[in-house]
Design a protein around this ligand. Structure first.
Ligand code: GBH
Length: 444
């Protein structure tokens, strides 16, 4: 193994930041955008902390030039964002909203003009409400609607965008949306959840097919959340809960997409929804594996829950981020090494970062030492994974800006840049300066 002094990051290594449409754009009723399932959820009592919503968020829809200027100042090589399906197809299918497409046109041009490569994710959880009214992901037709949407976006932006992701965190939005009620649409039902898993996998496969046909030169991947699942207690019930959660969390999507089969317990349950030819549709060649990783998770048995498992508590003495999420850089390193062997694709870490409750100090600065420590430790683990032979090609921090953190509203802040939600003022945090210097050094 090379000594620490001898290590240098590969020349081509991609350094970036990630965001998502509903979490930053705002302007939810402007220029023809129609509601998504998250607009609906934000209007349901008790679902979002503090009654918050993405109505305004970071007002990125209007302030994107300033945000792109911040990216340029940061010195990143790549920017990962998502397109809001209900902005470009308000009914989810059929009539195209040109004004919605125009926004992404302007954004992509601004990102390119700043010398930054745009990475476009087609789905970061904001399904058009009009499609959920037809059953959403529980309806098998949704896979075809997604493929048509993918074709529209590919035709419109394929001349300038080379990097495409089909979905962000398949297992989070299906598990939380159809089994646990932490995400839209908030269903808690085994059959609905199994259907959603299979139909989203089909949508991914059809989407890859469409992108390959329309953009033969494009680099296509999918973004998976993966993190080790540990049993809360060392007992049979919690070990069984952790094993099933591991299938759902870490394998329900990458296994069929890349290995051609579901993991064992899910395979048995999902069989009624699988038709001849489906597995071949789902399993397509990809160019890269996107990994979102924050820390380990803990599972416990709970017969009240849809799948008899629930989120467990980390040990009281576990290291944690300022937000309270357990942190374990060595598990990140091991995940990267394991992943590289398991799926044999180049890996891009498409999200990693830490939440906190950062505020502006008396001097006008925002000091976030815990985030700096987290990023230092996790990029250290990334380096160790590379030294151990893992094929990792890039790393994106979540996130550029503080933003709408789903069910937690605006409480948790993940940005390298602080956002004052009253004035919309942006203030780069200490971590912004840290990452800028880190990237400069890494480039040598
Ligand atoms: C990502 O989701 C999303 O892609 C992004 O939109 C979001 O803003 C970002 O992360 C930050 O949340 O058991 O206490 O350790 C990540 C979703 C994060 C859900 C970790 C489960 C476990 C918290 N997952 N979380 S804990």
């Amino acid at each position: 193994m090379p000594t620490e002094a001898a290590f240098s990051w590969p020349r081509e290594f991609v350094w970036g930041v990630s965001t998502s449409s509903y979490q930053i754009e705002g302007a939810v009723a402007e220029d023809g955008r129609a509601p998504s399932i998250w607009d609906t959820r934000c209007r349901m009592a008790g679902k979002i902390a503090n009654g918050d919503s993405g109505d305004v968020a970071c007002d990125h829809y209007h302030r994107y030039p300033q945000d792109v200027a911040l990216m340029r100042e940061l010195g990143i090589g790549a920017y990962r964002f998502s397109v809001a399906w209900p902005r470009v197809l308000p009914r989810g299918r059929g009539q195209v909203n040109e004004k919605g497409l125009d926004f992404y046109d302007r954004l992509i041009d601004a990102v390119l003009a700043a010398g930054i490569e745009p990475w476009l994710c087609l789905y970061h959880w904001d399904l058009p409400q009009a499609l959920d009214d037809l059953g959403g992901w529980t309806n098998r037709d949704c896979a075809g609607w997604y493929a048509d949407y993918a074709a529209l976006i590919a035709r419109r932006f394929g001349d300038r965008v080379q990097r495409w992701a089909t979905f962000n965190e398949f297992s989070v939005f299906t598990l939380f949306g159809y089994a646990i009620d932490w995400s839209a649409p908030g269903v808690t039902d085994r059959d609905a959840h199994l259907r959603a898993i299979h139909h989203v996998n089909l949508a991914h496969g059809l989407g890859v097919g469409v992108l390959r046909d329309l953009l033969p030169q494009a680099s296509i991947g999918a973004i998976h959340n993966r993190q080790v699942v540990w049993p809360e207690q060392d007992c049979d019930a919690d070990r069984a809960a952790a094993a099933l959660l591991d299938e759902h969390w870490n394998r329900a999507f990458p296994d069929p997409q890349l290995l051609g089969h579901y993991p064992p317990q899910i395979a048995a349950a999902i069989e009624p929804y699988v038709r001849g030819g489906d597995m071949a549709t789902i399993c397509r060649r990809l160019d890269w594996f996107g990994l979102n990783h924050y820390g380990p998770i803990f599972a416990k048995a709970d017969p009240q829950c849809t799948w008899n498992f629930a989120w467990g508590e980390a040990p009281a003495d576990a290291p944690r981020s300022a937000l309270g999420w357990p942190t374990w850089p060595a598990a990140f390193r091991d995940e990267l090494i394991d992943l590289s062997r398991r799926y044999r694709l180049p890996i891009y870490v498409t999200e990693n970062g830490a939440g906190g409750s950062d505020s502006v100090g008396a001097d006008g600065a925002v000091d976030d030492p815990a985030r700096v420590a987290y990023l230092r430790d996790y990029t250290g683990a990334l380096r160790e994974a590379l030294q151990a032979g893992a094929d990792v090609r890039g790393y994106f921090v979540w996130s550029l800006l503080d933003n709408f953190e789903w069910g937690s509203g605006y409480g948790p802040r993940f940005g390298l840049v602080h956002v004052d939600y009253t004035t919309q003022q942006r203030t780069p945090k200490t971590s912004f300066g840290w990452y800028r210097a880190f990237i400069r050094d890494a480039r040598g």
